[in-house]
Every structure is written in structure tokens, then in C-alpha cells.
Design a protein around this ligand. Structure first.
Ligand code: PLP
Length: 405
């Protein structure tokens, strides 16, 4: 047997393993309970409309008429239509149900979609970045070797306050560019103009953009695009991945979707090939879809009643984010994000590096966050806090932090 060396040689998940190690080592002797503002997981329970759909569905599945077996590969038509009606029609984006693919997660899709491209496709990411994009392409052997903390074949676009966390498009040719806005980890967004720059560049260069819109429900500013398809021509070069995880508390339920417009085509051996058709072919071989009760629950989250309930949950998280931003800015810190995203990205004060600031907060405030350096070299000196804890815990964490900053 010959193993996949790309997988075997993948660096360990240093960031979260190291956080867990430091927390465990400290926790037993901690003078008070720890408060976690590092989690990227939601905390509020499922909204009533979602629970009701699950209960009704369970009963339905227990009847001869209501029982359903394998779902359609691409997702039940009722959910694909609900997605179009609730998430795209209000933005003026026209889609066909055939262009929507339901899946069990945006992590699954953002990791698997590069299979559409050549085995040696060149990949670009922003830095700092959601690490799953890198790992999936590294496992597939696209990124070359990992040496001195960098992948030899990965193109990285550094993000910093100097470029407003919105880098220029890659200057070297790539096949695939990952964009995630609202961004994890920086909590920043792209204006329509900046997003249009990426779309125009991709059209000119034949680059596929994989737009991860997992946090689009957190966009409060109406001038900020929620979908890349609000930019003219994006349907020719972009795939969009969305998720119910952070918009409706589905991190444990597992439901997401990906849009691949039929207009998205590329040249192969002298013929035009539809990426939508390729993905359809691929999923027919690779998966058996998402369970019927979960799809019903997702549709319930998109119903008018469900939408109002999940909007209230998002409001609670965004109140937390606002409170974090206000408190830390008030303490004189350089703070980014947190306005249209549930993440706050702050500069560690007094020239500390990311891990030094982590240790300071852990040992003096008993607050756990995430060192920015774990998201890429440009994250060094930064720190990520999330708005997903309860309002009470968030408030207490802030009071503790302000006392030691
Ligand atoms: N994309 C980004 C940018 C994320 O931060 C996350 C989760 O934290 C995901 C995707 C995962 O989404 P899902 O739960 O749908 O797999």
C-alpha cells in the first residue's frame, strides 16, 4: 500500500490543539471559571419554527404515506426554491432551482469544490484565512511542500489595515481564488467596488472565484453585497457557498448550499463544459444528500416566521459584537470587524505577539480567544474574539479584559 503523502505530511492542527493544551494546563489552577470568546460555534437553541418542522417531520416519516428514503442528490426542490425566494430574489438575483446544490456543510463544499479543477490547479487565498481551504488543497497535492511555515505553490494575498483587509487580486495567474466575506477571522467585508474588482479580474484571467458567504446573514449595511451575484458578470466566474450553520444555528444540524450558475463554463479539450453539470455528475457519485427532516428544518428557517426568529438570534450575537468593539475601542485598542460579522479582530496592544496576548488574557482575565497568527502569517500580532457567547458571558469577559489591558 502506498499512502497519500500529502495527507500524511500535513502539518497538525497546531492552532486549536495548542489552545486546548494551554487551556487545559491552566484551567485546574485558575482562580475563577474561564469564559470562551474563541469559539466559532453558536450557542442559542434552535428557533421554535425549526423545532416544529423537525417534530412534524419525524411524525411524517413514521407514516406509510409520509416515509421518505434517499433524498434527491441535489436537495429537495422545496428547499432549493425556498433558498432562491428568501436569499436571492430580495437581492434581485435570478436563479434557477437547478443552480442550487444542498449539502451538509460549507466546510464540505469549500473543501470539495476544487475537484472541479485540474489536479495541479493553482490556488490563491487571502491571509489570514479560514484554514480548511488550505488543508483540503494540501491533501489533494495542489500546494506543493510545506517549508518554513508556507506552502511552496500556494499564492497568498496578505490582508492588513493598510489595504482595508481587501487585497488586490493576485498578480500571478491562478485557477482558483477563495474569497470569504464577511470574513472569518477578520470580521471585515468587501464593498461592492472591491468585490467588482475581483470579479473583473477573474473574468479577464479565467480564474474561478469560490465565494464563501457563510456569514452573509450578519451583513447589516445595505450597501455591502451579501452575494457575489449582485456583481454583474459574477455568474460567469463564481461559485457561492452558503450555510445554515451561523444563519440559523445549524452547526449541529448540518445543512448548507452551494450555487453554481449554468453560465459558469470553461474550455476543456476544445469544448465548453458547464461546471454545474460537472458538479451534478460528481455529487451523484459521491453523496446521498441531506436528510429530509433537516431539509424541512432549513426550509422552516427560511419561512417568514422562521426568518423573524433567526433574525432575533443574529441580533443578539451582533449586540455582543458591538459591545466588544465599543469596549475595546474605548480602551484604546485598534479594532476591526464586528459591524457586519460576528468576529472582532484586534491588534494585540503594546507590541505583543498573538500568543503573548493569548497568555495574558488567559492568565490575568481568564478569557480565552484565538491567536491571529494561527490563521496565517499576516495574522501575527492580532487576536480574534467571537460574538457567539451569551450576552452575560460576553459582558463579564469584557469587564475582566478591561481590568487587565
Ligand atoms: N466557512 C467559513 C468561513 C467558516 O468560518 C465556517 C465555520 O466556522 C464554515 C465555512 C463551516 O460551515 P459549515 O458549518 O456549513 O460546514
Amino acid at each position: 500500500m502506498r499512502l497519500n503523502a500529502h495527507l500524511a505530511n500535513l502539518p497538525g492542527n497546531y492552532l486549536f490543539a495548542e489552545i486546548a493544551r494551554r487551556v487545559k494546563e491552566y484551567e485546574a489552577a485558575a482562580p475563577r471559571r474561564l469564559i470562551h470568546l474563541g469559539i466559532g460555534d453558536v450557542t442559542q437553541p434552535l428557533a421554535p419554527a425549526i423545532v416544529q418542522a423537525l417534530v412534524e417531520c419525524a411524525r411524517e416519516m413514521g407514516t406509510a404515506d409520509g416515509f421518505r428514503g434517499y433524498p434527491p442528490d441535489q436537495g429537495h426542490p422545496f428547499l432549493r426554491q425556498a433558498i432562491i425566494d428568501a436569499d436571492y430574489a430580495p437581492l434581485g438575483v435570478a436563479l434557477d432551482a437547478d443552480e442550487v446544490f444542498v449539502s451538509d456543510g460549507a466546510k464540505t463544499d469549500t473543501s470539495a469544490l476544487p475537484e472541479l479543477l485540474a489536479a495541479d490547479a493553482r490556488v490563491a487565498i487571502t491571509d489570514p484565512v479560514y484554514p480548511a481551504y488550505i488543508d483540503a488543497n494540501a491533501m489533494a497535492g495542489r500546494l506543493g511542500r510545506h517549508a518554513n511555515g508556507a506552502w511552496t505553490k500556494l499564492v497568498t494575498l496578505p490582508c492588513s489595515p493598510d489595504n482595508g483587509f481587501a487585497p488586490e487580486p493576485p498578480s500571478t495567474p491562478v485557477d482558483l481564488l477563495y474569497l470569504c466575506y464577511p470574513n472569518n477571522p477578520t470580521g471585515t467585508v468587501l464593498t461592492r467596488e472591491r468585490l467588482a474588482r475581483f470579479v473583473d479580474h477573474a473574468r479577464q484571467t479565467g480564474t474561478l472565484i469560490l465565494f464563501d458567504a457563510a456569514y452573509k446573514a450578519y451583513v447589516t449595511d445595505p450597501s455591502i453585497p451579501r452575494s457575489i451575484y449582485q456583481i454583474e458578470g459574477a455568474e460567469n466566474i463564481a461559485i457561492e457557498c452558503c450555510s445554515f450553520s451561523k444563519s440559523a444555528g445549524f452547526t449541529g444540524m448540518r445543512c448548507a448550499y452551494t450555487v453554481i450558475p449554468r453560465a459558469l463554463q470553461a474550455e476543456l479539450e476544445g469544448r465548453r463544459v458547464s461546471l454545474n453539470a460537472l458538479w451534478k455528475r460528481r455529487i451523484a457519485s459521491r453523496q446521498n444528500g441531506v436528510s429530509y427532516p433537516v431539509q424541512r428544518a432549513a426550509a422552516a428557517a427560511l419561512s417568514p416566521v422562521g426568518q423573524a426568529q433567526v433574525a432575533e438570534q443574529i441580533r443578539v450575537y451582533m449586540d455582543n459584537a458591538r459591545r466588544i468593539v465599543t469596549a475595546l475601542e474605548g480602551a484604546g485598542l485598534q479594532v476591526h470587524g464586528g459591524i457586519n460579522a460576528p468576529y472582532v479582530w484586534l491588534r494585540a496592544p503594546h507590541g505583543r505577539d498573538s500568543w503573548q496576548f493569548f497568555d495574558l488574557l488567559l492568565h490575568q482575565a481568564q478569557v480565552v480567544g484565538t491567536p491571529g497568527s494561527g490563521f496565517g502569517p499576516s495574522g501575527e500580532g492580532y487576536f480574534r474574539l467571537t460574538a457567539f457567547n451569551t450576552p452575560d458571558n460576553t459582558q463579564e469577559a469584557l469587564e475582566r479584559m478591561l481590568a487587565v489591558l
